[in-house]
Design a protein around this ligand. Structure first.
Ligand SMILES: *[C@@H]1O[C@H](CO)[C@@H](O)[C@H](O)[C@H]1NC(C)=O
Length: 322
């Protein structure tokens, strides 16, 4: 085959048919046809202001709600109320962390408003990154396995250090609270190390879709899928926690006036158990086995946020924005 485009088409064809035939059919559980199909935008509306959530079909809303496992209580209240109560109630760690999700530090609020004001334009986010690039070092022996975890071999950070700190905070909070809802997760290169930052399609709302349990170990019976170099040596087992691998952070939603806010921030696990509506409607058929919700379905993706352990002797976690 001398014609390069023909050769390429042939390769694509072969790899596609191999891929297609190597996925065994999984049982598909469906609800009665009467429940309308949920759209990704329904999910975002439900996690928005009260009035916005009322635009979702009530049956869809009911079923979606049954699949939401909040890591921080959902609290759709106006800002001044929250601030007032924040000074009254105790100030233990848990409450502080809750509040950091509802009402993040100013630089995060600024970013959230910028995302919406830009009309959902990813370059608004790109402009806040430090232009210097950092080579992604070895992550827990990844180099030896020829595994590149990140979209690009180098990463960047936000110029504003508080934004980087907030990204770290999100990863750490997810890891700390996951067990309370039955999600077994660890911060390592096989499990939770990345999220996709997006600007929601309709509203421009800023969010991050985290994917935990990224590389389950190959298992002849339970997980007969080859995911490439990064799967080698994996100690992640394919079990019930896979259902909860999609974790959504939403920044507070700006209101109509320059200082107002329509909804607080959200941190929630999207339960994709096979008898639920998320599995049925929001996970494409060809990745049902991996329970992957795609970030592109939620919004315009701006960057990937990676939290990687680049320490050699002792753990040393760093943010790499790719
Ligand atoms: C799983 O693998 C990661 C990465 O090598 C490692 O950091 C972690 O300690 C391992 N976990 C267990 C339970 O062995």
């Amino acid at each position: 085959m001398n014609n390069p485009s023909l050769a390429l088409r042939f390769t694509l064809f072969v790899s596609f048919s191999l891929t297609a035939s190597s996925f065994p059919q999984l049982p598909f559980f469906s609800k009665p046809a009467s429940t309308p199909k949920a759209k990704p935008s329904d999910l975002l509306s439900l996690l928005s202001s009260k009035s916005q959530s009322l635009t979702v079909d009530p049956l869809v809303a009911r079923d979606l709600n049954s699949c939401l496992k909040f890591l921080v209580p959902f609290s759709p209240e106006p800002r001044h109320r929250k601030l007032a109560s924040a000074t009254l109630i105790g100030s233990n760690r848990r409450e502080k962390d809750d509040r950091l999700i509802w009402w993040p530090p100013q630089p995060v609020l600024d970013l959230a408003r910028l995302a919406v004001d830009s009309g959902g334009d990813p370059s608004a986010i790109h402009r806040l990154l430090d232009p210097s690039v950092i080579l992604v070092p070895d992550v827990e022996g990844s180099n030896q396995d020829r595994c590149q975890l990140t979209r690009t071999p180098y990463g960047r950070v936000f110029i504003n250090e508080e934004l980087n700190m907030y990204m770290k905070f999100l990863f750490e909070l997810i890891a700390a609270r996951a067990p309370s809802i039955g999600l077994d997760v660890a911060l390592n290169r096989f499990d939770l190390f990345h999220g996709h930052m997006f600007l929601a399609l309709d509203s421009g709302r800023l969010g991050i879709l985290f994917h935990a349990r990224e590389y389950p170990a190959y298992d002849k019976r339970d997980f007969p899928y080859n995911l490439g170099y990064c799967q080698r040596g994996s100690n992640v087992t394919y079990g019930d926690s896979m259902n909860m691998r999609n974790i959504l952070w939403l920044a507070p939603l700006p209101g109509n006036s320059p200082k107002s806010w329509a909804a607080p921030g959200v941190l929630v696990v999207l339960d994709a158990r096979p008898d639920g509506i998320i599995y049925r409607d929001l996970i494409p058929d060809y990745v049902k086995f991996a329970r992957t919700i795609y970030e592109d379905d939620l919004g315009e993706v701006a960057v990937d946020v990676n939290y990687l352990n680049v320490g050699s002797e002792s753990p040393n976690y760093q943010i790499f924005i790719c």
